[in-house]
Design a protein around this ligand. Structure first.
Ligand SMILES: Nc1ncnc2c1ncn2[C@@H]1O[C@H](COP(=O)(O)OP(=O)(O)O)[C@@H](O)[C@H]1O
Length: 294
């Protein structure tokens, strides 16, 4: 594995080429609206202004947050709303495991131990995905699960302009319950959760209630559990997050790009709050009205 951990200059250049095709650096001058986020305020640009300023390229957003916080759920909803691809690193990586090469076995062992894969593997998979997207005319992205290390963040920062980083937060005991309750339908790939979260907030924090997200009858008999969603591995993934990924939060915080967002409840309650924090409530209303008309 050690031999795979270094990126060659050519590989880096290829990744840079792929990303920079999609991006126009800089957004100075884009009109901004201030959104209150707890006790400090981050200017969130209107998506429309960003698009105008960046000559039509879509938003380039990143989702950060611990395992089980709901990155996939909210990133996927936003990608539909904004019409940009949701690129989930974990899903891309799991797709690679379908083969039975020595590399996929090595990758599977690393993931089952809750550890991160080497940058070289991650960049090669991501480059391929970006290449396919470029050929299909994709513009912009919502990255989920990348970057996860300082090195990944630095390389991404070198090659393109990330507009906004959404940092989802949730208490650790709830994260663990949510990972352990996660189920995936082996047929349609749908994500469900059997955990019912009902915890009292401590030290002035609000209570958290999240109803289970149960599968429809057609999926109920096909539920599977991710190999890394066991108690021991979830705790290992959380440790790795705090060691490797938490510094990435600060990397973006000092660049004024990080929006901390507390996931305070189930999807029904959290989604409208997230839209508001992202200055997107108007977009969601428009999309809803268009659906009614269609
Ligand atoms: N950016 C990355 N760098 C290194 N390894 C990664 C990266 N993204 C995903 N992986 C590997 O894939 C696994 C699953 O990723 P993901 O589904 O995003 O997990 P999580 O639910 O922990 O956020 C990770 O534990 C790690 O082994």
């Amino acid at each position: 594995m050690a031999a795979m951990s270094r990126l060659s200059r050519a590989e880096l250049q290829s990744l840079m080429g792929l990303i920079s095709h999609r991006s126009v650096r800089g957004m100075a001058g884009a009109a901004q609206a201030a959104v209150d986020v707890g006790d400090w305020s981050l200017p969130i640009p209107l998506v429309e202004d960003l698009q105008k300023h960046n000559q039509g390229r879509g938003p380039q957003w990143v989702f950060l947050g611990c395992p089980g916080v709901g990155k996939g759920t909210y990133a996927s909803r936003l990608s539909k709303l904004l019409d940009v691809p949701h690129i989930a690193m974990g899903d891309l990586v799991r797709n690679e495991l379908k083969g039975s090469s020595p590399l996929s076995r090595q990758m599977s062992d690393t993931m089952k131990a809750g550890k991160l894969l080497p940058d070289k593997v991650i960049f090669s998979i991501l480059s391929r995905r970006l290449e396919e997207g470029l050929a299909a005319g994709e513009k912009g992205f919502i990255l989920d699960g990348f970057p996860r290390t300082m090195r990944q963040a630095e390389i991404l920062e070198d090659v393109t302009e990330v507009d906004l980083v959404v940092n989802l937060k949730l208490r650790e005991d709830v994260l663990i319950s949510k990972c352990l309750g996660r189920r995936i339908c082996s047929q349609c790939g749908g994500n469900f959760n059997l955990a019912k979260i009902d915890v009292k907030g401590e030290d002035g924090a609000p209570n958290i209630f999240m109803p289970p997200l149960l599968p429809p009858p057609s999926c109920a008999s096909k539920m599977t559990i991710r190999a890394d969603d066991t108690d021991e591995v979830v705790r290992a993934r959380l440790r790795v997050y705090h060691e490797e990924s938490a510094p990435v939060e600060d990397f973006y915080r000092i660049r004024g790009k990080l929006l901390d967002f507390n996931v305070g409840g189930g999807i029904r309650e959290t989604w409208p709050n997230l839209l508001e924090a992202l200055n997107l409530t108007h977009k969601a209303k428009e999309a809803f009205q268009q659906k009614l008309v269609a």
